[in-house]
Design a protein around this ligand. Structure first.
Ligand SMILES: [Zn+2]
Ligand SMILES: [Zn+2]
Length: 226
C-alpha cells in the first residue's frame, strides 16, 4: 500500500499478536515518514475542556467562554494543528483532493473503537461550499468510520470561518439549525458531534448549543486537530 500523502510505500508489519488474536486489523494509509510530522495530543498536559496541548489547566481560549452557559467541557482531538496538518487541509479542502479523506483512517478508527456513542453527527458544509467543492470534507473524513446522521444544516455565512480573524470568529452568530431528524432522537442518547479542526471552538459551540437547546445532556465533541 502507498501513503496517500507522499506516495511512499507503507510497510504494514503485522505483529504476531495481531495475527494470532484475530484482532480487527485497521488499515493504515499514512507512512512513517509523514507520521513523524504529526504532533499527537495524547499525554501533553492538555486543557481539560478543549485538549489544547501544554495548557496546565483551563487554557486562555476556554476562559473566554467562562461566563457563557452550556460550554463544551471535554472536547477530544488527536493532533495539534501544525504545519503538516495545515498543508494537509489545504490539499484536502482547498484543492479538493477527496482521496486524502482516508489519510488518518487508522487513528480515527482506533479512537472510535475506544469511545462509544448512540448517535454520531457532523458539522456540515454550507450549501455554497458543497457546490463549489463537490464534496463535504467533514462528512468524507468520518463517513467510513461512523454511522453518520445528518442532523444539522448550515446557513451560508457572510464569509467562511477560515477567512475571519479571531474576533470576527468569536462574534459569529449561530450558523446552524436543526433538521427534523434531530427531534426523532431520544433525549437520553449519547451524542457525538464531529468536526475537522477546533480553532476557537465557536463552530462546535454553536452545534453543541443546538443539541443543548433541544434537551440533550450527553453531548461530546471530537475533531481530528486542535
Ligand atoms: Zn507519506
Ligand atoms: Zn481549552
Amino acid at each position: 500500500m502507498k501513503c496517500l500523502n507522499c506516495g511512499n510505500a507503507i510497510n504494514n508489519n503485522l505483529k504476531i499478536k495481531e495475527i494470532f488474536l484475530f484482532k480487527e486489523i485497521v488499515p493504515n494509509y499514512i507512512c512513517n515518514l509523514c507520521r513523524q510530522e504529526l504532533a499527537p495530543l495524547a499525554g501533553r498536559n492538555n486543557c481539560p475542556r478543549c485538549s489544547k496541548p501544554e495548557s496546565e489547566g483551563i487554557c486562555s481560549d476556554c476562559r473566554m467562554w467562562d461566563d457563557k452557559s452550556g460550554i463544551i467541557n471535554c472536547h477530544q482531538a488527536l493532533f495539534e494543528y501544525n504545519q503538516f496538518i495545515h498543508s494537509y487541509f489545504k490539499l484536502y479542502k482547498r484543492y479538493g483532493d477527496v482521496l486524502l479523506a482516508r489519510l488518518f483512517y487508522q487513528d480515527i478508527k482506533n479512537w472510535s473503537l475506544r469511545n462509544h456513542f448512540d448517535v454520531v453527527t457532523y458539522i456540515p458544509a454550507s450549501k455554497s461550499h458543497l457546490q463549489a467543492r463537490g464534496f463535504d470534507p467533514v462528512y468524507e473524513l468520518y463517513a467510513d468510520i461512523f454511522d453518520l446522521q445528518s442532523l444539522l444544516i448550515k446557513v451560508d455565512a457572510d464569509k467562511p470561518q477560515a477567512q475571519k480573524n479571531r474576533n470576527e470568529r468569536l462574534r459569529t452568530p449561530q450558523t446552524f439549525s436543526a433538521l427534523p431528524a434531530l427531534n426523532q432522537i431520544q433525549k437520553e442518547a449519547r451524542i457525538l458531534i464531529l468536526d475537522d479542526i477546533y480553532t476557537t471552538g465557536r463552530t462546535l459551540m454553536h452545534a453543541h448549543d443546538i443539541f443543548l437547546t433541544a434537551g440533550f445532556q450527553k453531548i461530546s465533541t471530537f475533531s481530528l486537530s486542535r
